[in-house]
Design a protein around this ligand. Structure first.
Ligand SMILES: Nc1ncnc2c1ncn2[C@@H]1O[C@H](COP(=O)(O)OP(=O)(O)OP(=O)(O)O)[C@@H](O)[C@H]1O
Ligand SMILES: Nc1ccn([C@@H]2O[C@H](COP(=O)(O)O)[C@@H](O)[C@H]2O)c(=O)n1
Length: 232
């Protein structure tokens, strides 16, 4: 992954969304982007892809030196098209592989390495700047606070822990529900030692989807975007 990127002249409207695991960041952001005609950037995919690579090399993501070594020749690419989402490492499309429970269980180790965070944050800002879209919805745990603290639209998308665990469990039908809930809460506990995604920073709008279905949550996010940007 290069350490710097060219910066284009005009930048898209950036919609920054963060929140805990299973709150709907990626699914809701992707659908809201489709409706708005915006790009969509799943930032967790970069951490997951690096974790996948560390595991492929037979290393442990708890080993920070092994993680930094994997970063050296990490050839990462991601689509910002919400209708054609893919993630690639080298020649391998890892879009589905990086969602596997073994990667979810290992990814927090990668995310706690400061050098990784610095490198991927540079990449995220460059991808948004070069997107060519009118706007980009960027989602991930530190997006409203660290990566795009000055974005014109910043949202904390949340839901109760029980509801988030139930939604994730409904997704992973072959897995034991209690184990899925435990893995989700363990990842949140680990990630929250690195970034605070449970409380809204000043200026960040909270969308709580505990009592909202998927479509109403998407509508709530779009309302926040349209209010902030003056689009109607
Ligand atoms: N308001 C909602 N009502 C019902 N289901 C929802 C709602 N929002 C999201 N979901 C579902 O919850 C599941 C988790 O959503 P998603 O994967 O988008 O969360 P996430 O915040 O990106 O999670 P993670 O950080 O773990 O990747 C998905 O199956 C999604 O379709
Ligand atoms: N901005 C971000 C995004 C993600 N992470 C770390 O990656 C993991 C996977 O993220 P998902 O959104 O795909 O679940 C997440 O558990 C974090 O460890 C991050 O630190 N910052």
């Amino acid at each position: 992954m290069p350490e710097s990127f060219p910066v284009p002249e005009s930048s898209p409207v950036t919609v920054a969304i963060d929140g805990p695991a299973g709150s709907g960041k990626s699914s809701v952001s992707k659908q809201a982007a489709r409706v708005l005609g915006y790009g969509f950037l799943d930032t967790g995919a970069a951490y997951r892809a690096l974790a996948w690579r560390v595991l492929e090399r037979g290393d442990d993501t708890a080993d920070a030196q092994a993680v930094v070594r994997a970063l050296d020749d990490f050839d990462y690419a991601i689509s910002l098209d919400p209708d054609d989402h893919w993630v690639r490492v080298g020649d391998v499309f890892v879009t589905d592989d990086i969602r596997e429970p073994r990667v979810s269980a290992a990814v927090s180790g990668v995310a706690r390495v400061p050098e990784v965070r610095e490198r991927v944050n540079v990449l995220f800002r460059a991808l948004v700047a070069a997107s060519g879209s009118a706007g980009v919805i960027v989602e991930g745990r530190d997006i409203t606070t660290v990566v795009f603290p000055d974005a014109p639209v910043r949202i904390l998308l949340t839901a109760s822990p029980e509801v988030r665990a139930a939604r994730r469990s409904a997704e992973l039908t072959g897995e034991d529900a209690a184990a899925v809930a435990e893995a989700l809460h363990r990842r949140d506990a680990s990630d929250s030692q690195v970034v605070d995604f449970l409380t809204a920073a000043p200026g960040v709008v909270v969308v709580d989807s505990t009592d909202l279905d998927f479509d109403r949550t998407v509508d709530a996010v779009i309302d926040v975007v349209r209010t902030a940007t003056g689009e109607n």
